[in-house]
Design a protein around this ligand. Sequence first.
Ligand code: SF4
Ligand code: ZN
Ligand code: ZN
Length: 323
Amino acid sequence: MVAGVSVLAKCRVCGRRAVYWVPWANTWFCKEHFVEYFKRRVIRTYEKYFPKNHERILVAVSGGKDSVALLHSLTPHLLDKGLKVSALFIDLGIKNYSQKAYRIVYENTHKLGIPLIVTRLADHGFTIDYVAYLVVKRIIRRPVCSICGLVKRYLMNKTAVEKGFDLILTGHTLNDALAFATQNIYSGNIYDLVKLKPYIPGRDGLVARGKPLLFVYEAETKWFVEAVEAPVLDVKCPHTPRTESIIIHVKKSLEELDEKHPGYMSMAMKNIVDKLIPLLEEKLPKPRLVKCRICGMPSSTDPCGFCRLKIRISKYRLGRISS
Ligand code: SF4
Ligand code: ZN
Ligand code: ZN
């Protein structure tokens, strides 16, 4: 993937000196027209895949470049349409990370003038740092990031339900989404594959969700936040896995392929979303959802994964389980 200042190249739109080379669009852009191109693509995904009945939208923002790019590219469009937009920051209680992330999210929402809702995992009696400690002690036998994903999905939905939002937006980009889709195809994990679409309608207490950056390359979100001078988090979560998982290898292979054949990843994602997933959805029964007897949130199990995690943590604290 290439980006840089060219002495000779000219912006395709205005003819001024170009700054960004976008290989999959085979085009040079100046800063202003790259920003316009990026916003247009995000808005196009929203307008094409999202129904028009949503009114109160919650944008989950972690402070990373992808969610910050989502906030800056789509929020003005949603506000222009008269929709209510708020940002959600989930404080996971990660030392030397969560507080910095909060400040970044605050600065961005302040700049855009949109309300910020903060949900603290510590208010539920534990933090991701504590989960990491329990993983090391083998009290919890799942990777920290897997638990973190469960916690984020749960708190996003719970906050949206409690505050009356009817759509949650997240900043998942093409590179990660296609790597997951590819891995799910190879491993036959069809139920997770069908979730990789720009819009999933709400049902039975699950609020509708969307990924408006699903066709946007990770590199583009980096250039976009630079171009609009949006502050982004410059530290890594201390729990980022040190070893590379299969999914990271798949992602790197796809990126190498895209470097040789620009646009390959975006074409593959479009075909998966527009052709493969609709066919699979016709055949698959909808996974059954039940109401968690403890917290009342929808879940495939009863109690839900979040409540089961809380139970395990409190049993450990009471000395009922040991490593
Ligand atoms: Fe959570 Fe893992 Fe991301 Fe850290 S690296 S924020 S633990 S998912
Ligand atoms: Zn231009
Ligand atoms: Zn529950």
